[in-house]
Design a protein around this ligand. Structure first.
Ligand code: NAG
Ligand code: NAG
Length: 451
């Protein structure tokens, strides 16, 4: 009898043995009391869902483990698929998973913001599908929803979505899985977006963590010259965890990832919880840490859409892969145990509305819950479906993405963010001319010039 019990408990430990992650103050902690710093990789091999092929996940997880990875970020999943083999493969390798709740069609759109029942139910289904896996580290309520001052009125919709998903999580008795937001790195929105999403007395509507897709550190840069010192100046009193949800500028190859020493170093690690490197698979955008073989002519028989194999044995892209491995092996972030840590920062003040830059009335009620089930803040009793249009987003990246590839979309948005970040860091505080932005997106997704 005893051996059977032992074997069973060993299996349980193997499958369910990873400590869960939660938020305390401005830090993440594992359930065994250690502070958690994200050493993550963006992982989206296929547009719909990269977490359904257990064999592939096992091969990738095992190689990621040698890199020192402890988390992946997955942008889109199909809640109807079976994720158990993949989630267990990553768990067995000690790797947590951050999951975006939205899809191409359900994401909040800054051009026509709404928070409707279709979106709510789709987000809930993703939460239903993943809440039981102990290695889910967090959910993203949105990715780069807001990229301009004109888009800032979408922020209350992001908060309404946060409120309703946290309320749903709690009403279902799910684990207290953190719900956060992944922001484009737009200088003119700093620090208003970061503070607005965390501000106010309604804790349920506040995000549990904030993160930034930032490509400011290119080549042999420094904490001061990269812009990281500026980012750091906004976070020292922040009340919730903050980390880089994408980083890894590739404009000066090979990538050396020297920014990791800063993020996990003495200036930043007291305030930041690590970073996610963009991205695992090699594609036309040249951000890959591995490839599954040589690029092939996309027009050849059975070729993948962009010519890059999307499954198989992962082979490191060198020297980038080893560079990242060395950086992560060397970092020693200053950390604290959960028991020794008493949070002292309170929620930030809600930022004042400023014409053209941040057009959100912090005192206005949030959009109501679409189904009326969740608690609505303020006095608004109207439906969240403020805009009932069925039109798709007009941005080039989204339009293409809805019929094409997620990685193409991710690349386009990444490029947009990088271009905007570069533009803003060059000193221009005006918005990028839309035509240029769209052109960059178009080129980024591999299109030919439409004019
Ligand atoms: C953080 O809070 C302290 C104490 O309230 C204040 O003196 C300081 O200016 C704040 N720093 C930032 C960057 O807001
Ligand atoms: C809900 O919002 C999404 C995203 O904006 C939109 O595509 C969809 O058409 C909306 N559905 C309804 C029923 O309004």
């Amino acid at each position: 009898m005893l051996p059977a019990v032992l074997i069973f408990s060993t299996l349980l430990t193997l499958v369910f043995g990873i400590p869960t992650i939660s938020v305390k103050g401005s830090k993440f902690f594992t359930s065994d009391g250690n502070q958690f710093f994200v050493k993550g990789i963006a992982y989206q091999l296929v547009p719909e869902d990269p977490l359904i092929d257990g064999t592939q996940c096992t091969a990738d997880a095992n190689l990621m483990k040698t890199l020192g990875t402890n988390a992946i970020r997955v942008y889109h999943v199909d809640p109807t698929a079976n994720h158990t083999p993949c989630m267990n493969a990553f768990s067995a390798a000690g790797i947590y998973v951050f999951i975006d709740l939205d899809t191409f069609t359900t994401a909040i759109n800054q051009d026509k913001p709404e928070w409707n029942e279709t979106q709510l139910q789709a987000f809930e289904k993703v939460m239903d599908a993943f809440h039981s896996f102990d290695n889910v580290a967090g959910f993203f309520i949105g990715n780069e929803v807001i990229t301009t001052g004109a888009g800032s009125p979408a922020a209350p919709y992001v908060k309404a979505a946060t409120r309703d998903l946290k309320s749903y999580r709690d009403s279902k008795g799910y684990r207290n899985i953190p719900v956060g937001y992944s922001a484009a790195d737009i200088a003119s929105l700093r620090p208003m977006l970061q503070n607005y999403l965390a501000c106010g007395s309604d804790a349920e509507a506040a995000i549990d963590f904030f993160s930034l897709n930032a490509y400011e550190w290119c080549g042999a840069s420094t904490y001061q010259t990269s812009g990281y010192a500026g980012l750091n100046s906004y976070v020292q009193n922040y009340s919730i965890p903050i980390f880089f949800s994408e980083t890894g500028c590739n404009t000066a190859p090979p990538r050396t990832f020297t920014d990791q020493a800063a993020i996990f170093g003495p200036e930043m690690s007291p305030y930041w919880s690590g970073s996610i490197i963009y991205e695992w698979i090699q594609e036309n955008n040249a951000y890959g840490l591995i490839s599954y073989g040589a690029h092939v002519d996309p027009s050849s028989p059975n070729a993948p859409p962009d010519g890059w194999p999307r499954s198989g044995t992962p082979q490191p892209v060198q020297p980038d892969f080893d560079n990242l491995k060395s950086q992560w092996a060397a970092v020693k972030p200053s950390s604290v145990s959960a028991s020794a840590y008493t949070p002292s920062n309170s929620a930030p003040a809600c930022p004042a509305s400023t014409a053209g830059t941040w057009v959100v009335d912090a005192n206005a009620a949030l959009p109501g819950a679409p189904n009326g089930a969740a608690k609505a803040t303020g006095t608004s009793a109207t439906s969240g479906s403020s805009a009932s249009s069925t039109a798709k987003s007009s941005s080039a990246s989204r339009t293409t993405a809805s019929t094409g590839s997620i990685s193409v979309f991710a690349m386009a948005s990444t490029t947009t963010a990088a271009v905007v970040a570069t533009t803003t860091s060059l000193g221009s505080r005006t918005f990028m001319p839309m035509a240029l932005l769209l052109t960059v997106c178009w080129l980024a997704i591999g299109g030919t010039m439409p004019f």
